[in-house]
Design a protein around this ligand. Structure first.
Ligand SMILES: NC(=O)c1ccc[n+]([C@@H]2O[C@H](COP(=O)([O-])OP(=O)(O)OC[C@H]3O[C@@H](n4cnc5c(N)ncnc54)[C@H](O)[C@@H]3O)[C@@H](O)[C@H]2O)c1
Length: 254
């Protein structure tokens, strides 16, 4: 069950937070890892952790907002390992502030990374998976998307809602080709350096208060986001097509 031995797994945004947790989770299960980020120091640190599991991997600087970077990262993965089995589209940018009062250029910046970047990744990953005869892709959306709004995170929410739409449409296109595409909508994880902890710190919200927002009354654990992602990336989940797996301690069920 959920065996990734010798599977080739690509993760964008692998330098910290979820990306690092996921890289380690796949490495523990024997996967070969291709990591990219724009934070090279963090990316190299994650690579060192992956290698400590005795598995093979490499890190490459790639800005997913640039299609040529994405193309060259996918090509480097195939050059190194010969194929691509799993892709986790995890890299993300947020610019917070009152949604309708931010400079208009900020919208383009967030769209370029989160939405266009995910589109570039999907395109180049699918092109390779077609050559393999199949694969699995997991896009990191968020509950801050088409599911819930946040007054000062509207640009991020718009792009994450877009990722959900893109996930479903792309999944339908490639399902007959043995390629699964699904999304995860999460919130409130207790993972070092992650986006949620930065947000609560910036907004002077204590962890205790943040836990109070969730029916489960605690933050998510790293192993819980890893378990959800591993499942969607596994062969066992191939009948799951265009789904959005919500993992949020009940936040959106309220
Ligand atoms: N942390 C949470 O609780 C939470 C909640 C909902 C959704 N998510 C989603 O999960 C994913 C990971 O979240 P996180 O908390 O680890 O975020 P994070 O901000 O800690 O990490 C994102 C990573 O992406 C990298 N990145 C940013 N722009 C990039 C670009 N243009 N090209 C390549 N890399 C780039 C960053 O350098 C960073 O290493 C994101 O897609 C996020 O939207 C996280």
């Amino acid at each position: 069950m959920l065996d990734f031995k010798d599977k080739v797994v690509l993760i964008t945004g692998g330098a910290q937070g979820f990306g690092r947790v996921l890289a380690n989770a796949f490495a523990e299960r024997g996967a070969k890892l291709a990591l990219c980020d724009i934070n090279d120091e963090g990316g190299e640190e994650t690579l060192a952790q992956v290698k400590a599991h005795g598995t093979d991997g490499f890190y490459q600087h790639a800005d997913i907002a640039q299609e040529s970077d994405v193309e060259s990262f996918v090509a480097a993965t195939v050059k190194r390992f010969g194929r691509l089995d799993v892709a986790i589209n995890n890299a993300s940018k947020e610019i917070t502030g009152p949604t309708l009062d931010l400079p208009s250029e900020d919208f383009g910046t967030v769209v370029d990374t989160n939405l266009k970047g995910t589109y570039y990744c999907l395109k180049h990953e699918v092109a390779q998976m077609r050559k393999n005869g199949g694969g699995a892709i997991v896009n990191q959306a968020s509950v801050t998307s088409s599911m819930t709004g946040v007054p000062d995170n509207g640009l991020y929410a718009a792009t994450k809602g877009g990722i959900i739409g893109l996930t479903k449409s792309a999944a339908l296109q490639v399902a007959p080709e043995n390629i699964s595409i699904n999304a995860i909508a999460s919130c409130a994880f207790d993972i070092p350096d992650d986006m949620f902890l930065r947000w609560i710190d910036d907004h002077k919200v204590s962890r205790k208060e943040a836990c109070g927002w969730l029916p489960i009354k605690r933050l998510g654990k790293p192993e819980e986001i890893a378990a959800a992602t591993l499942y969607l990336a596994s062969d066992e989940a191939r009948f799951v097509v265009g789904a959005v797996l919500t993992i949020d301690g009940g936040f959106t069920a309220q």
